[in-house]
Design a protein around this ligand. Structure first.
Ligand SMILES: [Mg+2]
Length: 273
């Protein structure tokens, strides 16, 4: 296993915290995790980019999608735009991309062909085992992402691991009776800039509300803020990154530990009893 503890942290305290989580009663535990490039392989596509990469919706869809990217991506990374403005801009981008699914008539079967294509998107090794461990021990597993909820739901279902302890907090769209993409939930759009202040579903809150210990697993440096939405007495914050990007985390003040492995063995070792 390959990992390090950021400079801002006391190494002994972090190692003691990991030992505490290895021994703690699993009924006191819940897990919050990101999806893209945390549960999925880092060098692969995201739950949005699999759609253009598949070419299943045709060349015109890809052109329109790329035009949206060219319009919104500069705003997403612009340093002069406030977080609130960015949250608004991301919602607009999300809805416009969804409108392309309507325009190009995305069907449920095309959707499945795209999501189940392992050349496009894949879980990291041992993620299926990780989800299985949370099911066996009934540990609430909350997956938060601003991408397309249907994708994770479908991928987990395909592994036959969609159980009652798995809560997916992100944006879903619906299919109509003819299996055409038809509707989108706009009342609660989660995006990269409002992950710290959205309201989770009641069911999720009920499942975690008396639990004291939380493991948070993420791949990007700003997203630890999501912990504000799910308060716990003790939180172990694990970052997953690659050797190329590890420098970003050397002085990080949020994450306790930064894992450079491509698989999920580090987390599984904490859960296995
Ligand atoms: Mg991610």
């Amino acid at each position: 296993m390959s990992y390090y503890i950021p400079n801002s942290k006391n190494k002994d305290e972090v190692l003691a915290k990991i030992e505490f989580f290895k021994k703690t009663d699993l009924s006191s535990l819940f897990i919050i995790t990101d999806f893209n490039k945390t549960l999925t392989k880092d060098q692969w596509n995201t739950s949005w980019s699999i759609f253009p990469k598949s070419w299943i919706l045709g060349e015109d869809y890809v052109k329109d999608r790329n035009a949206l990217f060219a319009q919104y991506n500069p705003l997403e990374i612009d340093e002069t735009t406030t977080r609130e403005q960015k949250a608004q801009i991301m919602n607009e981008w999300y809805i416009k991309h969804f409108e392309l699914f309507l325009k190009y008539k995305l069907t449920k079967s095309q959707f499945n062909d795209i999501v189940w294509n392992r050349e496009l998107i894949k879980f990291r090794d041992w993620v299926a085992k990780f989800i299985g461990l949370t099911i066996i021990d009934d540990i609430p597993l909350v997956i938060v992402s601003w991408w397309i909820g249907n994708v994770i739901e479908s991928m987990i279902k395909q592994c036959e691991l969609l159980a009652e302890n798995v809560f997916i907090e992100w944006n879903f769209f619906g299919f109509d009776a003819n299996w055409l993409a038809s509707s989108i939930s706009t009342e609660k759009i989660i995006n990269a800039f409002n992950k710290d202040n959205f309201k989770p579903d009641e069911l999720t809150l009920d499942a975690i509300n008396w639990k004291e210990n939380c493991i948070l697993i993420w791949d990007s440096i700003d997203d630890c803020d999501v912990a504000k939405v799910f308060p716990a007495k003790n939180i172990l914050k694990i970052a997953y990154t690659t050797k190329d990007r590890q420098k970003e985390y050397f002085d990080d003040k949020d994450f306790d530990i930064v894992v450079l492995d491509e698989d999920f063995g580090f987390v599984n070792e904490i859960l296995e009893r």
